[in-house]
Design a protein around this ligand. Sequence first.
Ligand code: FRU
Length: 477
Amino acid sequence: MTYTIAQAEQELQAKCEKLNLRWYPRYHLAARAGWINDPNGLIWFDGWYHAFYQHHPYSTQWGPMHWGHARSKDLLHWEHLPVALAPEGPEDKDGCFSGSAVIDGDTLALIYTGHKFRGDVSDDENLYQVQCLATSRDGVHFTRQGMVIDTPADLHHFRDPKVWREGDNWYMVVGARVGDTGQIRLYRSADLRQWQDEGILDEAEAGMGFMWECPDLFSLNGKRVLMFSPQGIAAQGFENRNLFQSGYLVGDWQPGEPFVRAGEFVEMDHGHDFYAPQSFLTPDGRRIVIGWLNMWESPMPEQQDGWCGMLSLPRELTLNENNHLQMRPAKEVEALRQAWLPWPASSLKNQQTLMANKAEAMEVVLHWDCTSSDAEQYGLSLGEGLRVYVDTQMQRLVLERRYPQYGLCGTRSVPLVPGAPLALRLFIDSSSIEVFVNDGEACLSSRIYPDADRRQLSLFAWHGTAILSEAGAWQLE
Ligand code: FRU
C-alpha cells in the first residue's frame, strides 16, 4: 500500500464522524480519529504552538506512522490541521517516526526518522532508520527534503532526532541500540542538511536498557538535562514498574566536550501511562514538556471507540538545587478554571463523603495534614475504579485503578515526605488523571475508564481520622 496525505485526510474525515466520545479528552490533545503515540515537533512558530504526533489514521492500532498536526494559542485549545507527513518514501516508506522541529530563518523544519525495511519486515536485520528533513513556510504544508543522515554501519535502531541551536551550530541527539546497549548519538550541522558525527553522548551501563528512545538535551538552572525513554530497565520494588520508562540524567555538557553525569537516572512520572516526553521553549523562556499519556502494550479500551491515545497536559520543568527535575502544570492550565466548588477544611473519620456528582473535567485541590492524620487510608475516589490515597502503613501516596472489565488493575505510588503535609493538584479528564504532588515534587499520570454515570468524586478516611486542611475543585472548561 502507498500512503499520501490526501488519502489520510479522507480516511480521517470519514472516521471522525463515527467516534464514541465517552472517553475522548475534554482538554487534552488527541487525534481526530485513529491512533496516536509520541508527541513530535513541539514548537512555537509564527504565533502558534504546534504539536505534531505519531499517528496512524487508518486504525486504532499502531501502524505505518504519519505525523498528525494541531496548533494552539494556549497549549490547551487545539485546532486540528492536515496530516503533515505521510510515509510516502522511499526514505520513510514504512513510517515517519518521531522527531522534532526547529525554526530556521522563516522556515519551520521538521527532522524525523525515516523507518524502512529492505525485505522481510519481521527481521530487525532488514531494518534501517535514517534521519530526514521536511520544511515549510506556512507551518501547514511541508516539502520533503529527503534523508540527511543515513544509518551508521552496524546500526538498525537509530531514531527520534531532537535538534536545537547552540551558538553557530545545530545539534542533534538521536537514540540508538548497539547490541543490547541503549545509546544517545550526537551530531552537529551548520545548515540542517550536512551533519557531522560527534560520537556517543551517553550510553547505558549494565541494566540501564537495550534501547534509549526519544532523547532530548536542554539547559535548566545552569545544568544540562538529558531526558530520554529507555527500553529494558527491569522493575525493582516500586520503581520502573511500566513496560518502558521515561526519565532523565542531570549533568554538564558544552559543545565539543563529553556529557558528564551528575547523578543517576530518575523516572519522571510514577503513574501507569507516561512515555516519550518531548520538551520545547515558550516565547517567554519556560521549558515545557508534553508526553504520551499511554504505555506500550497496555490495554487501551478507547480503541473500541474509534480513537486511541492522548497527550499529557503541558508541564513546566524546573531543576531545583538538588538537581531534581520538577514538573508543574503549565500556568496556561489555570485559564481553564470555571466554577470553584469549595470544600471545608474538615476531618474525616471512617467515612466516605460525596464531593461532586460527576467529575469529568476537573482540577481538585487537596491538602492533607499527614502528621495529624492517623487513618490507615485516606484520599479521593472517582467512581469505583480510581482511588488516590495516602497509605499510612506504607507511608506512600498511592494511585489505584480498578477496571477489571478492561484488564486494567493495579497501583503506582510515591513515598511521602516524613513529617510533611501533602499538597495535591489532581487533573481529571474523561479518561485520564494527572496527580501533581507538593508543587512539582512528583507526578503520577494514568489512564482511567469510568462509566459516564459512575464518576462520583468522594473523599474517604478508613480506620482512623484524616485531617483535610484545604480542599476544593475547579470545574474546567
Ligand atoms: C517511542 C517510539 C519511538 C519511535 C516511535 C514510533 O514510543 O517507539 O522510538 O520513533 O515510537 O511510533
